[in-house]
Design a protein around this ligand. Structure first.
Ligand code: ADP
Ligand code: MG
Length: 372
């Protein structure tokens, strides 16, 4: 196990008056794979460059394996780095590229370096390519070389900034598994920056969601999906439907909410579920996943159902996604996901009732800014 723990405490970076990172505190365990996920401009790259030591923070501390590295130069931090553009040296062979950081460090004999390079090439399945030049390799192969180069000196922490961003979808997915396999095998601690939520969810032990220079939520992919703490996270992770309404009453155990159709739902709160409380009269935005709703024929849903009209049915292999227009609010369609067992139970223009699983309804105050 080469990985070390990494701790960020109150990290902050300003450029002039503007904050790139407002406040970032994270505790990452040795050997953990953590993604920083957020929209463009949310401060992910800035956070990474501070960890790598290319930029100094205006405030806060960075600790690696218990050692304060906040003001150490990059080459004293033992950090490996992989960028979106592979950044291989074009005039060096693949072997020379991978050997480069080992030679720079001056701690290994020539023969030992040659052995390590061979091991790394085998690890990324490019053994026959040592004497080629980068432009004789495909994009995916070049990125594997970049990963091999970053891992060659067994860095306790490996930083990757959108490393697969330049690759097409198929190759990107293959490389996701490749990187994950290498990371698990070597035990390195990885901080992986991406704006692609599928990528973050697939690869990570935990995901740190960033917005506007701040950490919004840090948790396992399942936590983030099931218990989004804010509307931003609910919207950012997976498919989500939003329904406006207001709060009628609330206690520690439940909330009674009214949807804009006038339908009243009694939402029982589950353990640790802060967000399922509200105060009477408060405007709410409620959220529910497509797979937590059902469709039945109009008139069969009972008093708690939302009337709707199917306006599209999308077959995506294992399931159908229905887009259903709410009868009272045709501008707001809902997505309903239903297992597909051979035939489509509903067609375009069918009148339906939409049933919501009340246990799966998230409640957010409307005052929260939608996209910030
Ligand atoms: P992300 O990687 O999440 O897309 P960045 O960390 O690159 O975000 O940028 C965060 C914010 O900081 C952006 O508003 C960006 O314009 C700003 N920023 C980043 N680097 C600099 C810089 N060197 N000078 C001025 N502003 C910067
Ligand atoms: Mg970036």
């Amino acid at each position: 196990m080469i990985g070390q723990s990494l701790s960020l405490a109150g990290l902050q970076k300003r450029y002039g008056e503007a904050f790139a990172v407002r406040e970032l505190s994270l505790d990452i365990t040795a050997g953990e794979f953590v993604s920083l996920l957020g929209p463009s401009g949310s401060g992910k790259t800035t956070a990474l460059t501070m960890i790598a030591g290319f930029e100094a923070p205006n405030a806060g501390r960075i600790t690696i394996g218990g050692r304060d590295v906040t003001f150490l130069p990059p080459n004293h931090r033992d950090i490996g780095m992989v960028f979106q553009k592979y950044a291989l040296f074009p005039h060096l062979t693949i072997r020379q590229n991978i050997a480069f950081p080992l030679r720079m460090r001056g701690r290994m004999q020539k023969a030992a370096i040659a052995r390590r390079v061979d091991e790394m090439l085998e690890l990324v399945q490019l053994s026959g390519y040592a004497e080629r030049y980068p432009n004789q390799l495909s994009g995916g192969q070049q990125q594997r070389v970049a990963v091999a180069r970053a891992l060659a000196f067994e860095p306790p922490v490996l930083l990757m900034d959108e490393p697969l961003g330049a690759l097409d979808k198929k190759l990107r997915e293959a490389m996701q598994f490749e990187i994950k396999r290498l990371q698990e095998r070597l035990g390195a601690t990885v901080i992986y920056v991406t704006h692609d939520q599928d990528e973050a969810m697939t690869m990570s032990d935990r995901v740190a969601i960033m917005s506007d220079g701040r950490l919004v939520q840090f948790g396992t992919p399942a936590d983030l999906y099931r218990q989004p703490k804010t509307e931003f996270v609910a919207d950012f992770i997976g498919r989500m439907n939003f329904i406006d309404g207001d709060c009628l009453e609330s206690s520690a155990e439940n909330a009674v909410v009214r949807l804009s159709e006038g339908i009243v739902l009694n939402v029982r709160s589950v353990a640790n579920d802060r967000e399922r409380r509200c105060s009477a009269g408060e405007a709410l935005r409620m959220a529910i996943r497509p797979e937590r709703m059902r469709l039945v024929k109009r008139g069969h849903g009972g008093a708690d159902a939302l009337p709707g009209i199917v306006h599209a049915a999308v077959f995506i292999g294992s399931t159908y996604i229905y887009l259903v227009r709410r009868a009272d609010r045709p501008e707001a369609s809902l997505q309903v996901q239903i297992a597909a067992d051979g035939f489509a139970p509903f067609q375009k223009n069918d009148e339906v009732d939409i049933l919501l699983d009340e246990k799966a309804l998230h409640i957010f105050p409307v005052t929260e800014r939608r996209a910030a």
